[in-house]
Design a protein around this ligand. Structure first.
Ligand code: TRP
Ligand code: SF4
Length: 406
């Protein structure tokens, strides 16, 4: 779907600051951000309020992690020249929108989000019977909608949150996009597009409404994107009129599923801090080497002469991430025929990981030694994020009849 903003397509994503980042974050999330930052207008933020929903008893961890996480982002190549980098709690408008959205969000919608019960089960040692934890997906909706983001890169586990956001958006627009004189205003707005475009818009709308032609809907939206003579309010009406009888105050976002492969952990499970199977982005070469050399392998290979099977070995998925076809072939043959030792096999991974991490570690050191620079980057990112957030809130307050002159 095309967004409302004519200046470009917006992407937004957030990450919780709960500790140092590892290769799983890099391959699973950050490489994707780095690609997206050159294709879209990107907003990437430190989701510190989100972290509080589960870490409220030990907020110190969050505070310690914020700058480390930003440094890790910068070190891998997330660029302040290409994306807006900011901290959620420094754009308090997120909280205001969360509050206003909470007025129209049925409790059942939040209770039905699968992560709600799942996480409560999984994190049983924490008391997550809180208002904040239940509302956390709605806070995420506010994060997205306040920037009118069109695309939200997330993992599989977060898709339900984007679905919730879409439902809340539709309800919001239904409640606050209606106006008594909508039809008349739409009529005037259509005329402002000029004869040719007005005709095209009406035809495309008809095709969508009568035949459910989604291609026509996309073309109509694209047509609206490039109209110069329509005001913001009229644009919202024209977007809304394509599908219904009210303005689109907030556009519906879409999940952008991260295409990168899952990074394996040292034990064959997915790499994750809670499994204690990670390689940190700033870990020392010695420690990385030791971790890889002591990784478990196919249990059938007790001795050097025992043949093994890469499919039963946690080292193999690393070859799938890092090795050329040639090396992979060497591994498969050498493992099955007991022609290579496991340490020979692992050495390729040690080399590949160290080569990948060396420049990251170096850049992280540079940023760490210049905290002022890092703070300036974030201060600027917060400023530009806030400008967008403020402007959306003005529209939201107006739509909700909260704009009072005092
Ligand atoms: N909920 C996400 C996570 O736990 C982080 C997040 C917060 C987020 N707000 C967001 C992601 C908005 C995408 C968009 O990983
Ligand atoms: Fe695993 Fe490689 Fe050893 Fe085979 S040779 S068991 S793939 S480490």
């Amino acid at each position: 779907m095309l967004g409302l903003n004519a200046q470009g397509r917006r992407v937004l994503s957030g990450m919780r600051p709960t500790g140092r980042l590892h290769l799983g974050h890099y391959h699973g999330v950050l490489k994707n951000w780095i690609r997206l930052q050159h294709e879209y207008e990107c907003f990437f933020f430190v989701a510190d309020w989100h972290a509080l929903t589960t870490e409220y008893e030990t907020p110190g961890i969050i505070q310690e992690s914020v700058w480390d996480m930003v440094i890790d982002w910068l070190a891998v190549g997330v660029s302040p020249n290409a994306a807006n980098l900011f901290i959620q709690s420094h754009v308090p408008e997120h909280a205001e929108l969360h509050l206003l959205l909470s007025m129209v969000t049925p409790l059942g919608w939040l209770e039905r989000v699968p992560t709600y019960k799942d996480q409560q089960e999984k994190l049983r040692e924490k008391d997550l019977d809180t208002y904040g934890f239940l509302g956390y997906p709605l806070l995420q909706s506010a994060d997205i909608l306040i920037y009118k983001a069109e695309l939200v890169p997330v993992g599989e586990d977060q898709v339900a949150h984007i679905e919730l956001t879409r439902e809340v958006t539709r309800r919001f627009n239904y409640l606050y996009g209606r106006e008594p004189d909508f039809a008349a205003k739409v009529d005037t707005a259509i005329k402002k597009m000029g004869k040719k475009n007005a005709k095209l818009y009406s035809e495309l709308r008809k095709q969508y409404q009568e035949q459910g032609d989604h291609e026509a809907l996309s073309r109509a939206r694209a047509l609206l994107e490039v109209q110069q003579n329509v005001t913001l309010g009229d644009r919202e009406r024209l977007f809304g009129y394509l599908e219904g009888e009210g303005r689109v105050v907030l556009p519906e976002p879409q999940a952008l599923l991260t295409p990168t492969a899952k990074m394996p952990g040292l034990d064959g499970q997915k790499m994750s801090k809670s499994y204690h199977n990670t390689i940190g982005l700033r870990e020392s070469a010695d420690s990385v080497e030791k971790k890889i050399r002591t990784m478990p392998t196919d249990p059938a290979r007790v001795r050097r002469n025992d043949p093994g099977d890469p499919d039963k070995c946690p080292v193999w998925p690393f070859h799938e991430v890092y090795s050329s076809d040639e090396v992979k072939q060497w591994v498969v043959t050498g493992c099955r025929g007991a022609g290579i030792g496991c340490l020979d096999c692992k050495q390729h991974i040690v080399d590949a990981v160290l080569t990948e991490l060396a420049p990251i570690r170096e850049r992280a050191e540079q940023f760490s030694s210049d905290p002022k620079l890092v703070r300036n980057i974030i201060a600027e990112g917060c400023e530009s994020a806030r400008a967008v957030a403020r402007s959306t809130m003005e529209e939201v307050r107006t739509a909700m009849r909260l704009e009072l002159d005092i």
